[in-house]
Structures are given as C-alpha cells and as structure tokens.
Design a protein around this ligand. Structure first.
Ligand code: SF4
Length: 476
C-alpha cells in the first residue's frame, strides 16, 4: 500500500461518489501509473489509511472539516501533522483559498485548479518515462501553487480546460460532466466569482470524446456541471448533440437571464426542476451583483414551466449586511407569489450568509445566533410554503472555519475533543483564550486576515472599496 495514494472525500459515499474531483484524482493518478484508494466518511476500511505515504483530500465545504477530522481519527492517524510522519496530507478544492483552519492537520494545500499539478507531473513523467510516488511528493513540495508552513504569496492556479481530458462520474444511469468553470459575474459574496478565475469551457469535441469512454447503454442522462453553463458558447451545440444521441439532460444551475434567453434550448432539455437563487430582496440583490428583479424571477419560472419544469427551487440568504425585516418580508412575498403559479411546486432554502475569504463581503459581520434565529422565525411566520433553514449555531461555526486563522485551527482540534457541538466550540474558545467576536465583528481595511498568504490576484483595497460601496447603497 506504500505506493498507493489515498483519496479522502469527507462526506458519505452517496454524496462523494457524485463528486467529479474524486474521479479526476483517480483518473489522473492512474494515467501516471499510480494506484489509488478512495475513502468516504462511511467507508469501513478507514484503518487502511495509515498504510499510505500520501493522501489527497478533496475539500468543498468548511463544514466538512470536522468530518475530515473524524475520518483521520477513525483511521488511527494522529490529527496533528507534527505527530505524524506519514501519510502526508495534501488538501485541494475550493476551500483551500483559506488553508489556515486546517494548517495544524494537513501538510500541504493545493490552491486552484488541480490540473496545474497534474500537468507538471505528466511533463515529468514524459521526460523520465516513469514516475515514483516519492517524485510526486517532491513535485508537490516545490509546486508554485502549493501552500505550507512558511510559504506565502501563493497564487491560485487557473487552467484552460479545452483539450483537457474531462473526468466523468457515473451514478445510477446518470453521468456527470463539467462543461464550464468560473463565472461571468462577480457577486460580492461569492467564492466562485472571486477565486475560481475567468470562465473556462469544454468544447463539444471534448465532451464527445469524454462520453465515448462511457459504456454503451449504461447511461440515460447527462448532467452538465458548471456554475455559469450558458457562458460556454458551444453549450447549445452540446445540448443538441446530446439530445440527438438520445440522452436526457440535466443542469443543476442556470442563471435567471439565461432561462429566458435560451428558452428554445431549454425546451430541448425539458428540465423537471429549475433552480433560481434570488438571494435577497430586489434592493439588496442588485447591490450584491445579481441584476434581476422579482418580475424577472417570475418570468423565468413561467418560462421554465413552458419548457416542462414542474419544480422550482429558490435559494435565499439570511443575515446579509444592511438587511432589514422588510427585505426578509420581500423574500417571503416572492416565494409565496411563485407558489401561486399553477402547476409549479416550490421549494425554498434560506441559508445563512457566511463571509467568504477573498470576496468583498469578507469584511462583513456575522450577525449572531440570536439575531439570526429571530430572522428565521420571522420568515417562518410569513412563508406559505415549507422552507429549509440553516441552524444559526452551525452557521457561526462555518463562519469561523471560512474566514478564521490558525487560532481557529487550534479551536477546531480542541472542539473535536469536546464533541464538536456549538457548546464544544464555545468551551474550546474559552480554554484557548480566543475571542469569537474578533471573527464575528465587521472588519476594517487594517484587519489582517490569516488567508492573506494566498494571492488570488485581487487586491484587498479593491475588495474593501466594493464592500463600502455596497454599504453606501444599502444602509438606510
Ligand atoms: S452568478 Fe452565481 S456563481 Fe456567479 S458570481 Fe454570482 S453567485 Fe457566484
């Protein structure tokens, strides 16, 4: 097992098996001639983890950090990297733009598109003919996009996708394939818009080539993955090609403006569910960067219905800076109005706003558990459809893990010993003498975030001025 690379996805298998990142790592390692073994939170063989020299971790949500700790612990490994010679842990994925909360646990962090690491490894293999695990580990240590103790100014890797082999995840007759990465917009709260780089696409030829790897007759549906899929100029051709080939098509996210503009393409897809994220009331939504009105949402829902959709999912955030009761009431009114559209079943989710690193709203305060509980209560009273809400205590912990520093990393380890509940975190903060308000309060330009060691090519002053502009337009 020494020469087999471990891969961790810190969630249950039913979630993780759909993650393209896992398939990407497995396929790329295989192409280098390196075997791998995947572990999910509910894998029964976690004990085998101690036999690896290198484990790659795919990290998508801050709230999965505690699950990662549980997996490492169950695998019989020391949680703290100082007490562990091997395996070395290399963490990749969107949350690594703030590696600090996991700094005591993981040895290395890859920042940005993993393709950049595997390109370097492939070049090395081409020069030498073979590649050993030790050579992979040496490459990780020297790679310009890898962060570890003592390194700073690490840039995020941004790779073009055209011509790259596309990973596939096949689950229950559906194959997941990425058609696009990045986003044309830069909504002030969004990690994708500010840290994932410019829009990049996969061409029709690349998609065709990728699907030729799927076993004939094993797949009925193709799920097109991308945060801004219609920014791919070849998307209408890709959809036409897939329909002609007899596939059903799914798309988890479509922008409101694209629903109307590409209604003829949507008619080909006949989506059962359409997802729209209005985020907040019109006045706040516009200043966040989402330039569409409530009327646009209704029009998009009607168009989606004409295209065959029967379910409408709406996503909102609670606790955005400058939010007032009237904003929440406007959100509830919009949901209620959508639910009155005949033939559409509406589901809505109100998650709590989490300040994300390297975005203008990184400076925004976390409103506090009591205030947010009150806002959830107000919404529950106004809504006529069943909604899903985030627990404010869970959001408080996520805020710490999102924008926190090494001290939060220490708290995470301490809270793990106390059982990881909210009270466990409070007790951990008390024991370590950490003031949680330091992380929850609004920040000034002078506040030094731990994650400033990562360079996303956007200067802090520009982020701050975008935040101030937002406040000037929204505070009444
Ligand atoms: S449109 Fe969506 S993915 Fe793009 S920046 Fe805004 S929230 Fe992020």
């Amino acid at each position: 097992m020494n020469d087999v690379v471990g891969i961790i996805y810190p969630a249950e298998k039913k979630v993780g098996r759909e993650a393209l990142s896992i398939h990407f790592l497995q396929e790329e390692l295989e192409r280098l001639g390196i075997r791998s073994r995947v572990y999910f939170a509910d894998s029964i063989n976690l004990g085998l983890m101690s036999e690896h020299r290198l484990i790659m971790v795919s990290s998508h949500y801050e709230n999965n950090y505690p699950i990662l700790l549980q997996m490492i612990d169950k695998g019989g490994l020391s949680l703290q990297k100082e007490n562990r010679d091997f395996p070395k842990l290399l963490v990749g994925g969107p949350t690594t733009v703030n590696p600090l909360p996991l700094k005591h646990v993981a040895d290395f962090f890859f920042i940005g598109d993993g393709e950049a690491l595997f390109r370097t490894l492939k070049e090395k293999k081409e020069r030498k003919g073979t590649l050993t695990l030790q050579e992979i580990m040496d490459t990780v240590v020297w790679h310009e996009n890898v962060f570890y103790e003592g390194r700073c100014e690490i840039k995020t890797a941004v790779c073009d996708l055209e011509g790259e082999r596309s990973p596939l995840a096949t689950v229950d007759g559906t194959v997941m394939i990425e058609v696009q990465r990045g986003c044309r917009r830069r909504c002030l709260f969004c990690l994708i818009g500010w840290t994932r780089g410019r829009c990049r696409y996969r061409s029709l030829d690349d998609i065709r080539l990728a699907l030729s790897r799927v076993k004939k007759g094993s797949v009925e549906k193709v799920m097109l993955i991308g945060s801004d899929p219609f920014s791919n100029p070849e998307l209408p051709d890709i959809i036409t090609y897939l329909r002609k080939a007899g596939y059903e098509i799914g798309m988890p996210s479509i922008h409101v403006s694209d629903i109307h503009e590409y209604r003829d393409v949507l008619k080909l897809i006949k989506p059962r569910t359409i997802t729209i994220a209005p985020e907040s009331s019109e006045r706040i939504r516009f200043e966040l960067g989402k330039k569409f009105s409530d009327e646009d949402v209704l029009r998009a829902a009607r168009t989606a219905k004409l295209c065959g959709a029967r379910n409408l999912k709406l996503y909102f955030m609670v606790g955005l800076p400058a939010e007032q009761d009237k904003d929440l009431e406007a959100c509830a009114d919009l949901v209620n109005l959508c639910s009155s559209l005949a033939g559409m079943r509406v589901k809505c989710t109100f998650s709590i706003f989490i300040p994300k690193p390297h975005t203008p709203l990184q400076f925004a305060p976390f409103e506090g558990v009591d205030v947010l509980s009150g806002r959830n209560k107000l919404l529950r009273k106004k809504l006529r459809v069943r909604a899903h809400f985030t627990n404010p205590k869970r959001a408080a912990i996520q805020t710490l893990l999102s924008i926190g520093d090494e001290k939060v990393g220490k708290m995470l380890l301490q809270a793990y010993r106390y059982g990881l509940s909210y009270t466990g975190w409070i007790a951990a903060a008390r024991k370590l003498g950490v003031e949680l308000e330091d992380y929850f309060n609004e920040k000034t330009l002078e506040y030094v975030f731990g994650f400033e060691c990562i360079n996303t090519s956007v200067c802090k002053r520009a982020l701050y001025s975008a935040y101030q502009k937002y406040l000037a337009k929204t505070i009444e």
